[in-house]
Each structure stands twice: as structure tokens, then as C-alpha cells.
Design a binder for this molecule. Structure first.
Ligand code: BG6
Length: 317
């Protein structure tokens, strides 16, 4: 079966047997926790200490950040409506439903299979008290032999306040790497970097490569020129420098995204930062680099009845 339930029905799994590609998505948070590309090589980091029982956001894979990135207090321009939300919002900490439209054999073929998950804020009583908008989220995940496409749609259905719905969104990819100290991110040159670890200081990225290189990094990047699209970014494993004689992991991953995901967050806590994260084991920081497309500087706004759509495609090289 190209689509099946796994982990005691907590997750849905898509398989392309001919290429050994697969993806697993927990209903909790609609969190992709595993993506195996052509040949079966895992491409995402998932912490062994990740809570997979719905008690906390899943540490690893691709958590969905919505409707606020980080803590509301991180944003000087945070609207009142997001003030009482938890860090990274509520999408990653609620159980989504499988959409009936998509879980049929029509959504699959030998080299493509998809599934769609949905979440309605009005069905989450604890969200209703801190979020005055009725919001419908839809997340379609499509697997092809060498790529994973993730499409998010956000719809503002109604509101008790009558105003526009402010929001941010981000696809928090934890990309698995042989050694994060040797990995590099390409495609950020010329963008303005907002450094969360240096009091949100801004500077322009001068180099063609951004390397965490063992130091904590937590930065959001965007072109200063409003009209300029963010372009693709790629994570290079720099595999020739690491012990991967069979080249199983390939050269890296390309992160393509829709032009409305203007920001790219690059995050790695390094050894110091990891100590404060209880669901990471010691040394895990070496196994991932987060390269996260999103819209997280300033707030987007949706009038009642409007829909916003964004997507990324991860391509394995
Ligand atoms: O620990 P959390 O809530 O999953 O967040 C992880 C990280 O997510 C990143 O996207 C943020 O830029 C970091 O500031 C944050 O620490």
C-alpha cells in the first residue's frame, strides 16, 4: 500500500517501493518525522528523545510553525492577537486529521504519492481562548523518488474581532547531516541576516557559504530589497570531508520554496545551546542543520475569507 498507518496509528506513511523512497508524518503537529529519498537514505534528523506521544512538539523532522515564529515577545511589532500564543504557535502541538479527499489510490502512482492533513482552530478549545480567529490549515505532502513537496494553506474563516488575521509561518526542517561542523548553507549571499543570538543585530551576508562550524547559530535571512525573491537555498554536506566512503548521503539537499516564503532561518544550537534542550541527546547538534523557509519578519495579514498558500520542495542530491 502506498499509504498506510504506522506507529499505532499515530502517523501516516507514504511509500514508493520501486525507489525505496518513503515519508512518515505524525498526525500530532502534522510533523514529517522521516523522509527517505531514492535508495532509502534518511534525510531528516529526528531526536531519539523526541516525544512522539503528543505531550510536546516533536524534536526533529519538519515541525510546522504557525501563527507566530519564536516567542511573541521576540517581535517588536507583534500584534495583540498573537501576544498570548506559545512559542512557535499551536500548529505543531495539536493533532491534525487526515483529509478524506486525498487518502485514496487516486493520489498515488508508481512515482508519486500524496496525503493531506487538516487542522481547524475552532476544534481546539484551548486555542480558542488565545486566538480569536477561526483558521483552517491544510498541509499536503507529496513524495516523489527524490523529492518531498510540502504545501501549506492558511484560510481565515471568521473572527470574533472582525479584524484581519496576523500570522507568521515556517517549515522548520531539521536536515540530517553527517557532521554539522562541516556542512555549509548556500544561497544567502547578499541577504540581510538578523541574528537572534546577537540581540537581533542585522548585517549583510558577504560569503557564498554560511557555516555553523561548531558555533551556535540562530539567524533569519531576507533580501533587503522588498521586491527581490528569496531564491533557493541548499545545504551541502561537504561529504568529501567526512567519513562517508559509499557516498550514501549524497552531496546535500536543495530547499526550493514559493516566493512568499521570504525568510530563511538557519539554526543549530551547537554544544552549548544543546544543553538547554531536554529532548536532544548529547552530541545531537552535530547531526542536523535547520534550514527553514518561512515568513517570519513582520506579520502577514489575511482578511476574513482569504486564503494564503506557500510551499517548499526538498530535493536530495
Ligand atoms: O526549541 P524549539 O521551540 O523547538 O525551537 C527551536 C529553535 O527554532 C528555530 O527556528 C528558532 O530560530 C530558534 O530560536 C529556536 O530555538
Amino acid at each position: 500500500m502506498p499509504i498506510s498507518f504506522v506507529h499505532d496509528n499515530a502517523a501516516v506513511r507514504l511509500d514508493l517501493p520501486a525507489s525505496k523512497a518513503s515519508v512518515e508524518i505524525y498526525l500530532y503537529g502534522a510533523t514529517v518525522t522521516s523522509w527517505r529519498s531514492n535508495g532509502g537514505q534518511e534525510r531528516l534528523f529526528l531526536s531519539e528523545k523526541a516525544a512522539l506521544d503528543g505531550s510536546a512538539a516533536i524534536r526533529g523532522g519538519i515541525p510546522l510553525v504557525f501563527p507566530v515564529f519564536g516567542a511573541p515577545s521576540d517581535h517588536k511589532d507583534a500584534p495583540k492577537a498573537v501576544e498570548h500564543l506559545a512559542k512557535h504557535g499551536f500548529a505543531r502541538t495539536h493533532r491534525w486529521s487526515l483529509s478524506s479527499d486525498d487518502s485514496t489510490s487516486e493520489s498515488s502512482s508508481e512515482d508519486r504519492v500524496s496525503v493531506t492533513l487538516t487542522l481547524r482552530s475552532s476544534e481546539l478549545p484551548e486555542v480558542a481562548s488565545s486566538w480569536p480567529f477561526e483558521t483552517a490549515l491544510e498541509y499536503k505532502v507529496t513524495l516523489t523518488p527524490n523529492a518531498l513537496r510540502c504545501q501549506l494553506s492558511v484560510e481565515h474563516l471568521s473572527t470574533s474581532t472582525g479584524g484581519e488575521m496576523p500570522f507568521q509561518a515556517l517549515l522548520h526542517n531539521y536536515l540530517l547531516v553527517p557532521d554539522s561542523t562541516k556542512a555549509s548553507v548556500h544561497g544567502l549571499q547578499g541577504q540581510t541576516c538578523m541574528d537572534k543570538l546577537r540581540d537581533f543585530a542585522r548585517s549583510e551576508v558577504q560569503d557564498a557559504e554560511v557555516r555553523p562550524a561548531g558555533e551556535a547559530m540562530d539567524r533569519a535571512h531576507r533580501f533587503a530589497d522588498e521586491g527581490r525573491e528569496p531564491g533557493d537555498v541548499s545545504l551541502h554536506y561537504n561529504a568529501s570531508l567526512v567519513d562517508d566512503p559509499l557516498g550514501r548521503m549524497g552531496k546535500g539537499v536543495e530547499v526550493k520554496r514559493s516566493a512568499n516564503l521570504l525568510d530563511t532561518v538557519v539554526w543549530n544550537p551547537a554544544s552549548e545551546g544543546e544543553k538547554g534542550i531536554k529532548d536532544l541527546a548529547s552530541g545531537d547538534w552535530k547531526s542536523f542543520v535547520c534550514v527553514e523557509p518561512g515568513a517570519v519578519q513582520g506579520f502577514l495579514r489575511l482578511a476574513k475569507g482569504q486564503k494564503w498558500q506557500a510551499e517548499q520542495t526538498l530535493e536530495a542530491w
